[in-house]
Ligand binder design. Structure first.
Ligand SMILES: [Zn+2]
Length: 412
């Protein structure tokens, strides 16, 4: 074996396992492997999982708070100020900022990521070029998927559609729309869906990002998804509007989304900052059988002036905002950061026999404890090769006064 991780907990496995890796794949999984690896790792204090999966982030506009502020804390202001700033984005500038995010994410145990990239008349294809470079540079560390995205609308721009088309031809993996910034939201959805079908790729919409109960675009997206046979290939993010609807209006929309197998994503940090904590009704959709994920969305910009790209922290924030604390809720939250988005992005989920050796060790006995206590990730391997190692806190040996006596404590 190239690598054996000993005595580690794996969610869904009843007993601790040894994981054997050869040529980048998991070739053995058993309570005790009676062989040696070139590399051996003691997993005693840890659980192993396939790494976090970021399904919704905007690498192109991370870390721009120093050049554009959000004066009134509104979505409108965030969009306007970012739109003005992005005309000045260069490929180098985007690459440097995005690089910081990707590195930080790898250190937080993220193994796959879908980033939106704005492709429009303000920035052209410059941000896309930067992210394509990063996707190649970090391919041994993280699976980066690029979603060509029409943040500022589509139908009002002469070149809107052809730029998206260019982006897909040049290697964007998926296409994304934002009907609420388009003067013709339905035509926006139609054009994005048509483009997706043409390139046989998945679709991700930013939708219903307000707290007005009227005017949801979701019934139209559901209708289009079903009409095109695109079930299981459409995601929607934000959808805060759903949470202020009366139940008799909400229920048919959630049922329709379920029928169309639409993935629903909440972005807790942004929804907290811009919408005062109103989030899409994920728990309700989950209880109906719907697929949900949580994402970072933005890092230190006018949409979300905070962030460290730690998805586990995003899960913990979601639990706090929704006042969830039971073990089964914590486990579901962990799934929303790992196996559910992995399924949506079609990347490795939990470690399994024959699967890719994408493995992260997290210092917790189980997912619920990890989410509740924000336990640290220790180390990880991508396709069997170690990609990061976090060194934990080390207390410095010294003397402290306790009840008048002197007592020595030392680091482990
Ligand atoms: Zn977003």
């Amino acid at each position: 074996m190239d690598l054996i991780i000993r005595n580690v907990a794996i969610p869904t496995f009843p007993a601790r396992q040894d994981i054997g890796v050869r040529d980048g794949r998991i070739v053995a999984l058993a309570p005790h492997l009676d062989t040696h690896g070139d590399e051996e790792e003691d997993g005693r204090d840890c659980m192993a999982f396939g790494g976090f999966v970021e399904s919704h982030i905007h690498l192109d506009k991370a870390y721009i708070l120093d050049r554009c502020q959000n004066r009134d804390g509104s979505l409108k202001s965030a969009i306007a100020t970012t739109q003005a700033a992005k005309s000045a984005f260069t490929t180098d500038d985007v690459q440097m900022r995005a690089d910081r995010v990707v590195k930080a994410a790898i250190g937080c145990g993220t193994m796959a990521m879908q980033t939106f990239v704005e492709v429009d008349e303000y920035v052209g294809l410059r941000s896309l070029d930067a992210l394509r470079i990063l996707r190649d540079e970090y391919s041994d560390f993280i699976d980066l998927r690029i979603c060509a995205f029409a943040q500022d609308g589509l139908t009002q721009f002469a070149d809107g559609l052809s730029l998206l088309d260019h982006a897909l031809r040049q290697g964007a993996n998926t296409v994304g729309g934002c009907p609420y910034t388009d003067p013709d939201p339905r035509e926006h959805v139609r054009q994005i869906m048509r483009l997706a079908a043409q390139y046989d790729c998945d679709v991700d919409f930013h939708v219903d990002f307000d707290v007005e109960p009227e005017g949801s675009i979701l019934p139209f997206i559901i209708e289009q998804t079903l009409a095109m046979g695109y079930q299981g290939r459409v995601s929607v993010g934000h959808a805060t509007k759903l949470s202020v609807m009366q139940p008799d209006r909400l229920q048919p929309i959630l049922s329709g989304m379920l029928r169309a197998d639409i993935l629903l994503t909440a972005l807790p940090a942004t929804d907290l900052f811009l919408m005062g904590g109103v989030m899409a009704p994920l728990l309700q959709y989950h209880h109906m059988g719907g697929r949900c994920t949580l994402g970072t969305n933005n890092v230190v910009n006018p949409f979300t002036p905070f962030g460290d790209v730690n998805l586990l922290r995003m899960g913990n924030l979601f639990a706090n905002m929704e006042r969830l604390y039971q073990n089964e809720d914590m486990a579901w939250i962990f799934d929303m950061l790992t196996v559910i988005p992995a399924g949506a992005l079609r990347v490795a989920g939990l470690p399994e026999l024959g699967g890719s050796a994408d493995i992260v060790l997290l210092e917790a006995p189980d997912p619920a404890t990890a989410v509740r206590e924000l336990r640290p990730v220790r180390t990880g391997w991508k396709r069997g090769r170690r990609t990061f190692h976090n060194h934990g806190v080390e207390l410095v040996t010294g003397r402290v006064a306790t009840h008048g006596k002197r007592r020595t404590f030392c680091a482990q």
